[in-house]
Design a protein around this ligand. Structure first.
Ligand SMILES: Nc1ncnc2c1ncn2[C@@H]1O[C@H](COP(=O)(O)OP(=O)(O)OP(=O)(O)O)[C@@H](O)[C@H]1O
Ligand SMILES: [Mg+2]
Length: 459
């Protein structure tokens, strides 16, 4: 049995802005766990706003890049993106035919910014040479219209176009993408093996969509390289691109790019956070006899959030379900660190992150003047808020009190997130100290330091 990594090749243009083209494809390949290779067809001077210049690579150099990798490394599947002119298209078609690997054709014609990426005279060459070679072709609405000559305004038209591209033009499967079709769902129509499938995802409003088509077709190629069948590959690609759009990156001043790394980043970051929280719990528990004196009536929670561009809600913050409780002379976590397990502390840290994205962890301990004195001794920065000053409209709004208080305390500290924010309570509200830090272990160490000072003073 072979244990080699699957290998995928992108034959496409370079986007210097990193959002689309070869750059998006290689990020997608890496995120999906395949070895990525690249044959560059054109170099574009591009950012999120515009394409400033295009330099086409000579057709024979394009062919040579494909041959070089196919002869040595091997290609389990490839995709094409920008193929700027007829001679490049013909050279690519001839070389792909020679090796016979599965091919995803993304019939790129126009950049998100509106710049043409395919010369008008090359349109027919693309249809004639590339479509019959395509294992899967992935036109968007406009491309499907140009290829079929049909007007596409809805799913029915998309179905007709997909069928035409397969039955009349010779692709094995066609996916007519719904990114430009409107509606609150973005629906892609697949025609394959004589039948239709539809893949749907909620449309993300004002989304970062530079590079959606590139990453989507690269994801299909990656999954085919792993040996998945066409429908399964497109299904994974749809999930992949939906995540990449939801967590798009707000870079540049124009069409911001999708984030193909989200697919691996989020699970990887979650794993690191759980590990860090476990380590923090060990620090706290091994100092349990000191820390026990700092546990408030409502018990303690310690939380850590995903990095700011992934932390959208309390579900992206991990905490301790059932909190950390006093247990005889020491303390005990009621459960293992879990995402979504805290509301109060999660809101506190999400609010602090707005001011300082590096502060991703926090915990609550009981309020005691002596703890504040200890924090001063340790050189910690301190701010506070008065719950009695909380406006009634905030009080009556579910989940608004803590963000209000934290923002109040941070603005009192000139917009800097301090080590400690406390409040002295209100009717029915226990006074509390929140300890902030970059990681849960940092927060745990701060708490232990405070607890030890308190302990020594009592002796
Ligand atoms: N706003 C959105 N919300 C959810 N999914 C979207 C959105 N926009 C596009 N998609 C999905 O992204 C994938 C790419 O489709 P799209 O029609 O945007 O390709 P494209 O126009 O070729 O993109 P590009 O301009 O980057 O080449 C499809 O699966 C589509 O359904
Ligand atoms: Mg496209």
């Amino acid at each position: 049995m072979k244990h080699e990594v699957p290998k995928a090749l992108t034959i496409a243009g370079s986007d210097s802005g990193g959002g689309a083209g070869i750059e998006a494809d290689l990020k997608t390949f890496a995120a999906l766990g395949v070895y990525g290779m690249a044959a560059i067809t054109s170099v574009t001077a591009q950012n999120t706003l515009e394409v400033r210049a295009i330099h086409d690579i000579p057709a024979e150099i394009v062919a040579k890049q494909i041959e070089a990798v196919a002869d040595d490394i091997g290609v389990d599947a490839a995709k094409t993106g920008m193929l700027s002119n007829s001679s490049i298209i013909e050279a690519v078609a001839k070389t792909v035919r020679k090796y016979g690997f599965p091919l995803v054709v993304d019939p790129v014609m126009i950049a998100k910014s509106g710049a043409p990426l395919l010369r008008p005279e090359a349109m027919n060459t693309l249809i004639k040479y590339m479509i019959p070679l395509a294992t899967v072709i992935t036109p968007n609405k406009f491309e499907a219209e140009r290829i079929t000559g049909m007007k596409i305004t809805g799913i029915e038209d998309a179905r007709k176009a997909a069928k035409y591209i397969v039955e009349e033009l010779g692709a094995k499967a066609a996916v007519v993408k719904g990114g430009h079709l409107g509606g609150n769902q973005s629906i892609d129509v697949i025609y394959y093996n004589g039948s239709y499938r539809e893949l749907s995802a909620p449309r993300v409003e004002n989304a970062c969509t530079h590079g959606t088509g590139c990453s989507f077709s690269a994801a299909i190629a990656a999954e085919i390289a792993k040996g998945k069948d066409i429908l399964e590959a497109v299904k994974v690609a749809k999930e992949f691109i939906t995540k990449a759009i939801i967590y798009g990156l707000k870079v540049g001043h124009g069409h911001c790019p999708v984030n193909p790394s989200a697919w691996v980043d989020i699970p990887a970051e979650k794993f690191r956070i759980i590990e860090n929280l476990q380590e923090a719990l060990e620090i706290l528990v091994s100092n349990g006899k000191y820390v026990a004196h700092l546990i408030p009536e409502v018990q303690t929670n310690i939380v850590m959030a995903l990095p700011p561009h992934y932390a959208r809600s309390v579900n992206e913050v991990a905490g301790i379900p059932g909190r950390i409780v006093r247990y005889g002379e020491t303390i005990k976590p009621s459960g293992p660190p879990t995402f979504g397990a805290s509301k109060h502390m999660a809101r506190a840290v999400l609010t602090a992150m707005k001011y300082d994205p590096s502060i991703r962890a926090a915990a609550n301990i009981k309020f005691d003047e002596r703890i504040i004195e200890a924090a001063k001794k340790l050189g910690m920065t301190i701010s506070f808020y008065d719950r009695r000053l909380e406006p009634p409209e905030i009080k009556s709004k579910e989940g608004a009190s803590i963000p209000w208080g934290i923002e109040y305390a941070i603005s009192k500290a000139s917009g800097k997130v301090p080590d400690i924010i406390y409040h002295t309570g209100d009717w029915g509200k226990e006074p509390m100290i929140n300890v902030f830090g970059k990681t849960a272990t940092e927060v745990a160490n701060k708490i232990v330091a405070l607890a030890k000072i308190l302990h020594n003073e009592k002796l």
